[in-house]
Write a protein that binds this ligand. Structure first.
Ligand code: SAH
Length: 249
């Protein structure tokens, strides 16, 4: 088993694969200004096990396409949708977010929570823009500095993990440069990080380690997650996910 497979296995039982909440998804949906009573074409990119996909499925009508690179996550999303009697409401597509199998101007709304970092904020904004109809909306969450300066320890961690992390001003500028007008933004709360993401994963560590017979790789995967959680607890006043809602110009 590769360490990527181990990470997927750790996350597979999770409702959320990144910080967020149903309330955050609904708040962002409201900020889109779209009339959700009318049928919309929506893409949810990097959907994972689909916590936000399910919220979108329940609160919109029309077509909803969920995209992820990993079939295991899509299979989990599909079984979750069946349990909620939402099967048929979502079309799952296995694809890479930097090589999407869609027509240009196919969507009214592109959604992406905790996932654009895989190809980078600027690259994602630029590449995905062609798939939005004229005047279409993007709603995307992206790791953002909350202050203009911060302790070296956390600065160094993010410089390695995701050098594109930036301040709110930088992210707003990126949206503008990529051809969008920002309609709203907000930051995810501590509860969206800890209660909905970190704690549920930590609760799975021991079963995960047992399942993998405490292999070196499994221990390393858990340690890496623990370090990230610890850093968040220590430096949560310095960064969060910003949720950005913007319109294609
Ligand atoms: N939106 C979900 C998942 C966020 S985690 C949530 O908030 O719970 C990031 C997701 O991006 C994972 O599901 C991962 O499988 C997916 N991903 C990573 N690289 C990708 C790529 N190149 N193309 C599509 N999806 C990708």
């Amino acid at each position: 088993m590769t360490s990527l497979e181990a990470v997927i296995d750790l996350h597979l039982g999770q409702e959320r694969l990144g910080p967020g909440s149903g309330e955050d998804t609904l708040r962002a949906l409201q900020l889109t200004g779209l009339d959700t009573a009318k049928p919309l074409c929506i893409a949810d990119i990097g959907c994972g096990t689909g916590a936000q996909t399910t919220v979108l499925a329940k609160n919109t009508t029309g077509s909803l396409t969920a995209i992820d690179l990993f079939p295991d996550f899509l299979a989990r999303l599909e079984s979750g949708l069946s349990e909620k009697n939402l099967q048929g409401r979502v079309q799952c597509v296995q694809a890479s977010m930097d090589n999407l199998p869609f027509e240009k101007e196919a969507f009214d709304l592109i959604w992406s929570e905790g996932a654009i970092y895989n190809i980078g904020f600027r690259a994602g904004l630029e590449y995905w823009r062609q798939f939005l109809k004229s005047g279409g909306i993007i709603a995307v969450s992206e790791i953002t500095w909350l202050t203009n300066s911060r302790p070296l320890e956390i600065e160094k961690f993010w410089a390695e993990a995701y050098p594109e992390i930036g301040t709110l001003d930088q992210k707003l500028q990126d949206l503008k440069s990529a051809g969008y007008e920002v309609k709203g933004h907000f930051f995810l709360s501590e509860s969206s990080w800890i209660d909905n993401y970190y704690q549920p994963i930590a609760a799975n560590f021991s079963a995960f380690l047992d399942r993998h017979k405490h292999s070196e790789m499994a221990i390393a995967v858990v340690r890496e997650h623990e370090e990230e959680f610890e850093l968040y607890r220590k430096f949560k006043n310095y960064y969060s996910y910003g949720f950005y809602i913007a319109q294609k110009l």
